[in-house]
Design a protein around this ligand. Structure first.
Ligand SMILES: C[S@@+](CC[C@H](N)C(=O)[O-])C[C@H]1O[C@@H](n2cnc3c(N)ncnc32)[C@H](O)[C@@H]1O
Length: 279
């Protein structure tokens, strides 16, 4: 089994909130005056950014009546989008304590702390009652979780019957080798990729039916080429961006992912599934 301490060490950054506060200052903003648009650039730590979140979440039929679970929520950027856009109540959980502390501060600055609760913990054993949620989603988290059967059984336990669960992970779509580092791991030790078929089989074995499957390879390649074009036109990094969350090896990590997606070895894949059975 993957060592969860090593996974959270990989993501731990120690100065994230200070770096975000400093970035805001450069934009002429403070925790008192910041709004959601100001921090969009750091809210989504997955391929495709906000557009990818909209794609996934738009298929979950979310409303203000729902209590939604964000698994591996990072600093809670997608939770804030769900709370502000769909008006749902959100609980997020993440293994990396610094992300949770940073996320709680951002929710409080934006007055979303009444609608969003962020918890520090593992997706393999979540501190919630059975059937506490009407919907769940997980974005770019499964690549760090080896025991997907335990993960999906735990999600099954937490969802009401007939609820939807959206997954957007980097999955294996063909043969090939992955060069490290990548954004989710500096070495193979904490990387645990699975094929689309393995995801689907495990989901079916843990009480879900598959509703939809979308391979976002083309969108990902477009996203990376747009990012490169934007970067080429600027001399220094923007005040706020994912460079604050990932370390200086960000370009190397991105190049390795682009290579594997271009070759067809990996792709970001979306699965929408419905809980049809409890255990
Ligand atoms: C690439 S980030 C994605 C964050 C967020 N979902 C997003 O898309 O912006 C992966 C996140 O998964 C979290 N994570 C990895 N393994 C986990 C586990 N077993 N339980 C909870 N969170 C986990 C990491 O701490 C990290 O915040």
């Amino acid at each position: 089994m993957l060592n969860e301490n090593k996974v959270s060490e990989h993501y731990q950054n120690t100065y994230l909130l200070a770096a975000i506060t400093n970035g805001l200052k450069q934009l002429g903003k403070t925790p008192e005056t910041v709004n959601l648009e100001d921090i969009t650039a750091i809210e989504e730590f997955h391929i495709g950014g906000r557009a990818a979140s909209k794609n996934l979440l738009g298929q979950l039929n979310l409303t203000h009546k729902n209590h939604v679970l964000d698994i591996g929520c990072g600093i809670g950027g997608t939770s804030r989008f769900v709370a502000s856009h769909f008006k749902s109540t959100v609980s997020g959980i993440d293994l990396t304590s610094e992300y949770i502390e940073t996320g709680r501060a951002l929710c409080s600055w934006l007055d979303l702390d009444g609608q969003i609760n962020l918890y520090h913990g593992s997706a393999l054993s979540m501190p919630f009652e059975d059937k506490a949620f009407d919907a769940a989603y997980m974005m770019h988290v499964g690549m760090n979780i080896e025991n997907k059967e335990q993960l999906f059984s735990e999600v099954n336990r937490l969802l009401c019957t007939n609820s939807l669960f959206g997954i957007y992970d980097v999955m294996q779509t063909g043969e090939g080798n992955l060069n490290f580092p990548v954004p989710w791991a500096n070495s193979p030790e904490i990387s645990s990729l699975a094929s689309v078929e393995q995801y689907k089989e495990t989901l079916q074995a843990t009480g879900f039916e598959i509703i939809a499957e979308h391979n976002h390879r083309e969108l990902a390649l477009e996203f990376f080429s747009e990012q490169r074009a934007q970067k080429a036109g600027i001399k220094k990094p923007p005040a706020l961006g994912l460079h604050l969350i990932m370390d200086e090896s960000i370009s190397n990590k991105m190049n390795n992912v682009v290579e594997s997606i271009s070759s067809g070895h990996l792709a970001p894949v979306e699965l929408i599934v419905r809980k049809i059975k409890s255990f």
